[in-house]
Design a protein around this ligand. Sequence first.
Ligand code: NAD
Ligand code: TYD
Length: 340
Amino acid sequence: MRIVVTGGAGFIGSNFIQYMSRKYPDYELVNVDSLTYAGNLENFKDIDSLANYSFIKVDITDSEQVSQLFSQRVDAIVHFAAESHVDRSILDPGAFLKTNVMGTQVLLEAARQHGVGKFVHVSTDEVYGSLGDTGTFSENSPLASNSPYSASKASSDLLVRAYHETYGLPVNITRCSNNYGPYQFPEKLIPLMILNALEGQPLPVYGDGLNVRDWLHVEDHCAGIDLVLHQGRDGEVYNIGGNNERTNIEIVKTILNYLNKPESLIRFVEDRLGHDKRYAIDATKLRSELGWEPQYSFDTGIAQTIQWYLDNRSWWERVRSGDYREYYEKQYSSRLGDRL
Ligand code: NAD
Ligand code: TYD
């Protein structure tokens, strides 16, 4: 099996390639990524030498580059490539429409023309919008996205559906809750708070800190995608989530506690625009149809993740130089002022 993994140099994509290369040494895994600020080939220093892994620099919005990719056989595509950060989508929505919507369409078209056997589209629970204090999202919940990021992902989900309904392309859509784990870019809540805490910097908590996210370790997400890739029924959507709901402030306090840092580092800052209150996933379909079971409890997963950042200082020091600094200042200077 020759699998193209788009966005394979990002957080989840690189974890997925590592997971698959260990589990299926006979598969050929082709990492296709344009290496935006979020893509990092250093995530592969351990598997670069593996015979079954290769990297090709491709921008998925460029149909010529994408069609060249298909000059060799492609059995399946697992599509992670995206602009993925809500705060950046509030600052600049255009890039999200280009990559997430147009880029997905370019790939779908190439997949259709070349008769690709499976197209797994990796989406998010954020397409369902926000929940109140109770309830969960099922695969039948209406799409009600609130941020430019989630609207672009919902649009791409509908295109994937359309390519199945119209052209019979064998697709699946997975919608996962918030991921955490090794190699996550430190613009997202958990790594940002770990690294700020380690350096004694303020921890910027939006609003009252009571927004709730449903956290899943990235390896459990990868295992879910693997099952969908091999056994998912064509045209079906599968939710992925691990019943680990936490308020943001609980997460931040857990991290401070693990690192033995004071809660006086916490700053409640101006809220995110259109901030979704709560996400929670019902993953019954994936569990009962495909036998998926998450392996990590939140306590084990967060401890492993914090330890990974402690053990991989050179990785995150390089990631945080350059562009990251500029973004951090844009996003947090008015929120943190001279405490930045
Ligand atoms: P990420 O931002 O870490 O990685 C995205 C990758 O896509 C990067 O390597 C980047 O270089 C690449 N990319 C961006 N634009 C590209 C383009 N035009 N052409 C080729 N490559 C391009 O994101 P992530 O957190 O790993 O998320 C991966 C996917 O999973 C996304 O589709 C996201 O919507 C989805 N998802 C993420 C989460 C989460 O909690 N992080 C949860 C559910 C779903
Ligand atoms: P994030 O990791 O950006 O994921 P998402 O918005 O896709 O859920 O944010 C997770 C939660 O943490 C979200 O409610 C926003 C909040 N948050 C903060 O309070 N401060 C921060 O600096 C960041 C990045 C996020």
